[in-house]
Design a protein around this ligand. Structure first.
Ligand code: FAD
Length: 438
């Protein structure tokens, strides 16, 4: 191929990783063909339409620390200031419960945390001291462990109290890593804390989408690729990826390079023995359930979102609740309850779950109306994110075969399976293609 010829690149999968790769490649003059099996782009962070209602496949939260995701959104013309409700870091339980209320103030770091600690309610002095000990210990270690261990082991080493574990660390770990603290990598947990809480104040901000997840970036990414002469093939699964003497064929069409940006199991199925897929096959996954409960539009929560005390033994499954009406007027009266690392729900029927969640909300907020939603919808994503174990060996961007690279939230990174790790992986995959660094 001469230097003036455009590289023909197939990107398989229009999740956030594939969309980021496609945008970078198209922006740098490649002829991109983006393949997506679904009709709606976005993969595990996408819009869904249920009974005529526009919802998401799961409630998402972004962090101010997601710099690459925010940069890519801007690149395709989405203004993060309009796209998100930006809130200071917080972990607040409904005021009627025995939970806590911890919220960062609008002060420069680290004063935002110091003031949050001083003003926190529902914590004893011993908890506040333990929290301060955690952050000074983590900073002293420069947020790095010599040897990875579980989050539970790290918390025991830093002498955290039972109350902090229950109200802060456990829910934070499950929400961020989709992995229970006894199984979760302390190093990855520390990396997330370093880049958010341990960095400037805005990095720890919580960003809650005001628009559906596909509109946030994937829809605009597809338009960006088309505007630069690329093709988008939606609603059709790629069935074959084959190496040829001159490059690669995707469903019989020739390309100079391929970015496989599907889920890990789909990548293994597509490539078979053409690449070393052992690291892909070692990944295990946990589901996330999102239950939407619909009420009359006047039903509101006092904040955009709350943490909930979950207790599986008494059917209190809900971990977080979001008031979608505080994000977007058209969603007034819709609450979204999230249950991460939810494999323990496998024996529970949807109806049982939805009834239990409605009761949990009514009791937690002391609002009897919440026990009787007008409608409910539950979305369960069975492979929501990989189980982020200590010292997990994750697949690499480079496949070792010329012209073939990988992107996806499970590719090696400091982060767990998140939007930011997906986007970063897509940008890295595109850089490898552009530099022909396989
Ligand atoms: C319910 C839920 C809640 C979450 N909450 C958060 C959160 O709050 N914050 C956060 O940062 N992250 C969250 N995540 C994780 C985040 O959504 C994922 O990490 C991210 O979306 C993964 O993107 P990806 O592009 O790597 O993979 P995917 O989104 O899985 O994209 C892969 C794409 O490939 C397509 N595909 C597969 N096979 C083929 C084929 N043969 N041909 C063509 N196309 C194919 C798929 O349809 C899919 O669109 C959550 C995930 C879920 C499910």
């Amino acid at each position: 191929m001469s230097k003036t010829e455009k590289q023909r690149v197939a990107v398989i999968g229009a999740g956030w990783a594939g969309c980021a790769a496609a945008v970078e490649l198209a922006a740098n003059g490649c002829r991109v063909s983006l393949f997506e099996s679904r009709q709606i782009p976005g993969g595990r962070a996408r819009r869904i339409v249920l009974d005529g209602k526009i919802l998401d496949n799961g409630q998402h939260i972004f962090l101010g620390a997601y710099t690459e995701s925010l940069r890519m959104m801007q690149k395709v013309g989405v203004n993060p200031a309009n796209a998100f409700l930006r809130l200071p870091l917080q972990m607040c339980y409904p005021p009627q419960t025995k939970g806590m209320s911890l919220a960062a103030a609008a002060l420069p770091a680290p004063l935002h945390l110091v003031s949050a600690l001083v003003r926190a309610s529902g914590l004893e002095m011993a908890d506040k001291m333990a929290l301060a000990r955690f952050f000074s210990g983590a900073r002293r270690m420069k947020w790095k462990l010599h040897e990875d261990c579980s989050v539970v082991t790290l918390l025991a080493r830093l002498d955290q109290t039972a109350r902090l574990y229950r109200l802060l660390w456990r829910p934070l770990c499950i929400a961020a890593l989709n992995t229970l603290p006894e199984q979760a990598s302390a190093q990855v947990f520390l990396s997330i804390l370093r880049d958010s809480i341990g960095s400037k104040r805005t990095a720890s901000d919580m960003l809650i989408p005001r628009m559906d997840l596909s509109a946030l970036f994937p829809d605009k990414a597809l338009a960006f690729v088309r505007q630069r002469g690329g093709k988008v093939i939606e609603g059709k699964s790629v069935r074959s990826v084959r190496q040829t003497p001159l490059g690669w064929q995707v469903d019989g069409t020739d390309f100079d390079a391929v970015v496989v940006a599907t889920q890990a199991d789909a990548a293994s199925a597509l490539l078979g023995r053409q690449a070393d897929m052992r690291a892909f096959e070692q990944l295990a996954f946990e589901p996330i359930h999102t239950c939407y409960l619909g009420y009359t539009p006047d039903v509101k929560l006092p904040r955009a979102f709350f943490a909930l005390e979950d207790d599986a033994s008494s059917g209190q499954w809900g971990q977080f609740v979001f008031d979608r009406g505080s994000l977007d007027r058209a969603s007034a009266g819709i609450l979204a309850v999230v249950i991460s690392a939810s494999s323990s729900l496998s024996g529970i029927s949807r109806q049982e779950l939805e009834t239990a969640l409605a009761r949990q909300l009514a009791a937690a907020f002391n609002m009897p109306v919440l026990a009787a939603p007008l409608w409910t919808q539950t979305v369960s994503e069975q492979q929501a994110a990989f189980i982020c174990k200590p010292a997990l060996v994750r697949p690499e961007t480079q496949s070792g075969s010329p012209g073939l690279v990988f992107a996806g939230d499970y590719i090696r990174s400091n982060y767990p399976g998140t939007i930011e790790s997906a986007v970063q992986s897509g940008i890295r995959a595109a850089a490898c293609v552009l530099a022909r660094n396989w």
